[in-house]
Design a protein around this ligand. Structure first.
Ligand code: HEM
Ligand code: HEM
Length: 220
C-alpha cells in the first residue's frame, strides 16, 4: 500500500531553503557591490552557520539526515549506477555525493570569505589577523570556488529536473512538505525510528542557536 512517509525533518527543510536563499542572495549582493558587500557578508555568515548546523545534524539528526544513513559505500554506489537498486527514500547514492560536495564547497566559500579582501573598502572580519600573502591566497580561493559552487548548483538543479521530467518523480515537493509516497516498508528499509518529532525539532533549534551565538561571538 502506498502511504505518506516523513522523510525530511523540518530542520532539514528549513536548512535547505535558507541555504539556497543565502547563497543566491549572497551572489547577487556581491555583484551589486559597494554598500551591498555588508549584506554579502551577512548572507555568508548565515550560510556558514547553516552548514555548521547541518554537519552536526548529520550526526544527531533524524534518520535520513544522518550521514551514516546516506553516504554510500563504493559497492552501493556501483549497484546504483548499474541500475540495480530501486528508489530510495532519502538521498540516493549519487545524490548523496552531490550533497557532500555542496556542503563542503559552501563551507570553504564562507570560511575563505572571512579572510577575503576586495582591495577597495571591504574585508572579512579575520583578514586583519593574518599576513597579506594569506589574505591574497584565501581571496583568490574565494574567487575561484564560486565557480565550483555554481557548477554544483547547476548540476543539482539539472538532476532535480531530470527526476521531474524523465523519471516523473518530484523531489522538490518532499523538500517542502517533508513527505514521500512510499511502500509501507520501503523495500524493507523504512527507518526504525520516528522522524521529525517535536523533541528533534527542539534539539535542532538549540544546536542552531548555539552555532549562531558561537559565530557571532567569534566574528565580533
Ligand atoms: C532553487 C533551486 C533549488 C531546488 C529546487 C532544490 C531542491 C532540492 C531538493 C529536491 C533536494 C533533495 C534531493 C534529494 O531528494 O535527494 C535538495 C537537497 C539539497 N540541496 Fe537543493 N535545491 C535548490 C537550490 C539549492 C542551492 C542554491 C543550494 C546550495 C548552494 C542547495 C543545497 C542543497 C543541499 C545541501 C541539499 C541536501 C540536503 C541535506 O540533506 O542536507 N540547493 N535540494
Ligand atoms: C556562502 C557564502 C559566500 C558566497 C557564495 C560568496 C560568494 C562570493 C562571490 C561570487 C564573490 C565574487 C568574486 C569575484 O568574482 O570577484 C565574492 C567576493 C567576496 N566575498 Fe564572498 N561569498 C560568501 C561568503 C563571504 C563571507 C562570509 C565574507 C566575509 C565576511 C565574504 C567576503 C567577500 C569579499 C571581501 C569579496 C571580494 C573579493 C574580491 O575582491 O574578489 N564572502 N564572494
Amino acid at each position: 500500500m502506498k502511504q505518506k512517509i516523513r522523510v525530511w525533518d523540518l530542520p532539514i527543510r528549513l536548512f535547505h531553503w535558507a541555504l539556497a536563499l543565502c547563497v543566491i542572495l549572497g551572489i547577487i549582493f556581491v555583484k551589486i557591490g559597494g554598500n551591498a558587500m555588508q549584506w554579502h557578508a551577512y548572507c555568508g555568515y548565515i550560510a556558514l552557520a547553516l552548514v555548521l548546523f547541518r554537519i552536526i545534524w548529520g550526526f544527531l539528526g533524524s534518520w535520513h539526515s544522518r550521514f551514516a544513513n546516506f553516504i554510500p559505500t563504493p559497492k552501493r554506489l556501483i549497484a546504483y549506477l548499474r541500475g540495480g537498486m530501486g528508489d530510495s527514500l532519502g538521498h540516493n547514492p549519487l545524490g548523496a555525493l552531490s550533497v557532500i560536495a555542496i556542503l563542503l564547497a559552501v563551507l570553504i566559500q564562507a570560511s575563505t570569505g572571512l579572510f577575503a579582501d576586495d582591495d577597495i573598502f571591504f574585508q572579512g572580519p579575520f583578514a586583519k589577523y593574518v599576513s597579506n600573502a594569506t589574505v591574497a591566497f584565501l581571496t583568490s580561493m574565494h574567487r575561484f570556488n564560486q565557480y565550483i559552487i555554481m557548477a554544483l548548483v547547476a548540476l543539482h538543479i539539472g538532476a532535480i529536473l531530470f527526476y521531474q521530467f524523465y523519471k516523473k518523480e518530484s523531489l522538490v515537493a518532499p523538500m517542502i512538505t517533508g513527505d514521500k509516497n512510499g511502500e509501507e516498508a520501503f523495500g524493507g528499509t523504512a527507518p526504525p525510528e520516528p522522524i521529525d518529532t517535536g523533541k528533534q525539532r527542539l534539539v535542532a533549534l538549540t544546536i542552531f542557536i548555539a552555532v549562531g551565538l558561537g559565530l557571532y561571538y567569534l566574528i565580533n
